[in-house]
Design a protein around this ligand. Structure first.
Ligand SMILES: Nc1nc2c(ncn2[C@@H]2O[C@H](COP(=O)(O)OP(=O)(O)OP(=O)(O)O)[C@@H](O)[C@H]2O)c(=O)[nH]1
Length: 380
């Protein structure tokens, strides 16, 4: 993936995670915003005396909560296709609900009909503002706007409708305190989030390093063993033939001795690349098995097909001289091939043993050749 696309993708994942945190943290609010009003008015019988305003607020608050609940249910279908409209709907619906409570705040402060429930409304609004601040914190603009919409109508009513300045100042200080707190917790949230993402990418990198041979950048033996075991067991179910190539560089000790270890290392990289360019199927598992030995596991491949591929690899390596540091060298490999249809009675190690035996035969019979393990391997 190009760096820019990778960055965009990572950024998308981060935005998605933040939005889902926002959604999940706001779920309790969906219920609380809707049920708080009936809890306040029913016990004191406010709805009997002022049924008109009571029912209007009840329907409005429950309606917005219902829409927010519907959005939550549709998130899986909606969010991936149109994140922007999802976020706008989320913010608008929570702002409308905050504004409804803000209007109740004005009424509680200056409308005499609200006298019996004034204290409870103020208490509920104070709690709700601080709850909204922490729940909506993943997006600072959503939490700050929400808190402002809940509390600023109370500030307006205190200063301009009932001229209770100390009350107005108190609510203003409370609002400023919540905004400051909101900024701080948002910073902490993002910091924790960044640390978590860094740890996650470090974990993935470690996992990758654990699987990869640092010299040749193909899989190492540890990963090969795990993947081989997995593929073998899958083969027992599917009854697909599994073939294994064991590839060994010929006279590699001599190459090292004559041209040095650095040259030898580059030579191993060259061989690994040549094998990778010949064994192209996504299911081919290529690994460095040991020093100058490589293994290729081919699933759903017969012995004949594996032998052909081994021959292609051998010819490919032999035909293009390896050049490093001005030195040109013809490198050759010997390859042992073995094949099995996995069954519960056969240990996967048997396939490795057979491929090793065939490799040994190839070395014995002059190197730079391919030998297959048959019932009688010498007939390969
Ligand atoms: N440069 C380098 N050499 C390595 C590495 N791993 C193993 N070797 C060397 O590979 C050589 C393998 O030698 P041998 O096992 O005798 O095999 P060979 O010389 O290839 O002989 P045949 O396999 O019989 O053709 C040893 O000298 C190891 O030190 C490595 O990562 N880099």
């Amino acid at each position: 993936m190009p760096i820019e696309t990778n960055f965009q993708y990572r950024n998308q994942l981060i935005q998605r995670r933040i939005d889902m945190d926002l959604l999940n943290r706001s779920i309790p609010g969906i219920v609380i915003y809707a049920i708080l009003w009936p809890i306040i008015i029913f016990p004191v019988g406010f709805h009997l005396e002022h049924w008109d305003i009571s029912w209007r607020f009840m329907i409005a608050l429950a309606g917005v909560s219902f829409l927010r609940w519907v959005q939550r249910q549709l998130t899986q279908l909606w969010y991936p296709y149109h994140r922007r409209s999802w976020l706008i709907f989320f913010a608008t619906s929570s702002f409308v609900q905050a504004l409804l409570w803000g209007s109740l705040f004005i009424l509680a402060i200056h409308d005499p009909r609200f006298e019996p429930i004034r204290f409870v409304i103020v208490l509920a609004i104070g709690g709700m503002a601080s709850g909204a601040m922490s729940a909506l914190n993943p997006r600072l603009w959503v939490s700050v706007t929400n808190v402002c919409l809940i509390l600023s109508p109370g500030i307006y009513a205190s200063f301009f409708l009932v001229e209770n300045y100390s009350q107005g100042i108190l609510i203003t200080i409370y609002l400023a305190y919540l905004v400051m707190l909101s900024r701080r917790s948002n910073k902490e949230y993002l910091r924790a989030f960044r640390i978590e993402s860094q740890l996650e990418s470090q974990r993935k990198e470690l996992e990758r390093i654990n699987k990869i041979d640092p010299l040749t950048s193909i899989f190492n033996r540890g990963h090969f063993n795990t993947a081989f075991e997995f593929q073998w067991n899958a083969g027992i179910r599917s009854q697909q033939e599994q073939s294994l190539l064991m590839i060994d560089v010929d006279n590699f000790k001599l190459i090292n001795d004559q041209h040095g270890h650095l040259f030898g290392d580059e030579c191993l990289i060259y061989v690994a690349n040549s094998i990778s360019s010949a064994a192209k199927r996504k299911t081919d598992l290529i690994a460095r098995f040991g020093g100058e030995e490589f293994a290729v596991l081919l699933s759903d491949t017969s012995l004949d097909e594996a032998h052909q591929l081994a021959e292609t690899i051998r010819v490919e390596i032999e035909s293009k001289p390896f050049v490093f540091d001005g030195i040109e060298l013809v490198v050759t490999v010997s390859i042992g091939v073995a094949s099995f249809i996995p069954s519960a009675g056969i240990n996967s190690i048997q396939l490795v043993d057979n491929a090793d035996k065939a490799l040994y035969l190839a070395k014995e019979q002059g190197r730079n050749c391919v030998r297959s393990y048959l019932v009688n391997p010498s007939s390969g």
